[in-house]
Every structure is written in structure tokens, then in C-alpha cells.
Design a binder for this molecule. Structure first.
Ligand code: GRF
Length: 210
């Protein structure tokens, strides 16, 4: 049985989708803990109600990014995770932290990477006149919102869409592709070579959510 630790900063809807998929589909894994940098993260209540261990490491209590990341890594390591999942975890992580979990840490970003890393992705896609938008699950590397791509979902960007409209459309796809990608990692179904991730049995690593 593999152990998964999920990091959140807020709502935690991706975390919920992963918890539900793990239970429903009977993954060879358990969610060992949900960890947040904010005590007020709504997702912590859901996790606790599911009987999942929760922990808070408040970044404001630490003098530096390095000190915060060291404590965060210590807390995560306490749950002996095989897989670490960043699910709306809104902190930039130090290289040391990322290296410690490299190859077993995933992130989801609400754009078709490498387009629009960073914040305000939906506004930027609308301003750029994109006709496609989407979400990307990728392995975490020290560069923000970069790293080998596991799975992407594309959705249409329609005339008149607001950032909220697009966010809603993309989020529905996030809730499909993130559990799928975590499951693949748990099952050992992914190979990475020269920064390119392939599913061993050729499962589709793209999803159309139009
Ligand atoms: C998602 O859009 C995710 O892609 C981004 O932050 C948001 C988190 O939402 N990284 P939630 O907390 O999972 O509901």
C-alpha cells in the first residue's frame, strides 16, 4: 500500500477529487495526510471529516523560505509518502525541498503549460485571444510551473468567456486528470526519459473537455 500526502492552501477541490477517486477506485494507496500552510484552508475540514490526518505548517511562523521548507519536509516525511501531491499549494518551494521529493511530487497548473506559468492564467489566456485553454499535471522541478508533463486536458476558450467561466470549465477537467495522474504514479505506470513522460501501456495523456 502506497502513501500519498496532499498539500493544499485553500478550497482543496482537487484534493477532494483525489480522495474520492482513491476510495472509489480502490487504489493500492491511502491518503496518509493533508498538509496546509494555512490553518484556515477549507479543505482541511473535508480531510478531517474523512478521517485523514491533517497538519498545518504556517509559513508566517518562519524567518525564511528555507526554514519553512525544512519544517514542511520534516512534517511530510513523518508520513513516509511515496507520492506528494501539490493541490493548490500556493507557496514557491526551494530547490532543496523540490530535490528531496523529485520524481514523486506532482503539481497541477490551470493552463496548457508551457504557456502561462505563474498566476492569473485564465485572464492571460483571454487577453492573448487563445482559442484553447486547459490544465496540466506535471512532475515538480525547481523551476516554477515547469517539469515533465504527465497529462493535459484542453477546453475551448469561447468568445465572451470571463476568467470565472474559464476557471469553472478548466477546474472540471482538473478533477478528472489529477486523480488519473496520481493513480498512474502510484501504480508505477509512468516512465520519464529526457524530460518526457510516457505511460507504459500507452494510455492517452491528453483529454478533450470540450
Ligand atoms: C486549481 O485551479 C489548481 O490548478 C491551482 O489552484 C487551484 C486550486 O483549487 N493550482 P483547489 O484548491 O484544488 O480547489
Amino acid at each position: 500500500m502506497k502513501s500519498i500526502v496532499i498539500l493544499i492552501s485553500g478550497r482543496g477541490s482537487n484534493m477532494e477529487a483525489i480522495v474520492h477517486a482513491c476510495q472509489r477506485e480502490g487504489w493500492p494507496a491511502r491518503i496518509a495526510a493533508v498538509v496546509s500552510n494555512k490553518a484556515s484552508a477549507e479543505g482541511l475540514q473535508f480531510a478531517a471529516a474523512q478521517g485523514i490526518a491533517t497538519a498545518v505548517v504556517d509559513h508566517k511562523a518562519f524567518p525564511s523560505r528555507e526554514a519553512f521548507d525544512a519544517e514542511l519536509a520534516r512534517v511530510i516525511d513523518g508520513f513516509s509518502p511515496d507520492v506528494v501531491v501539490l493541490a493548490g499549494f500556493m507557496r514557491i518551494l526551494t530547490e532543496g525541498f523540490v530535490r528531496h521529493f523529485e520524481g514523486r511530487m506532482l503539481n497541477i497548473h490551470p493552463s496548457l503549460l508551457p504557456a502561462f506559468p505563474g498566476l492569473h492564467t485564465h485572464e492571460r489566456a483571454i487577453e492573448a485571444g487563445c482559442k484553447l485553454a486547459g490544465a496540466t499535471v506535471h512532475f515538480v522541478t525547481p523551476a516554477l510551473d515547469h517539469g515533465p508533463i504527465v497529462l493535459q486536458a484542453a477546453v475551448p476558450l469561447l468568445a465572451g468567456d470571463t476568467a470565472q467561466d474559464l476557471s469553472t470549465r478548466v477546474l472540471a477537467q482538473e478533477h478528472v486528470i489529477y486523480p488519473q495522474a496520481v493513480r498512474w504514479l502510484v501504480e508505477g505506470a509512468l516512465d520519464t526519459e529526457d524530460g518526457v513522460v510516457r505511460h507504459r501501456e500507452g494510455a492517452a495523456q491528453v483529454r478533450w473537455g470540450g
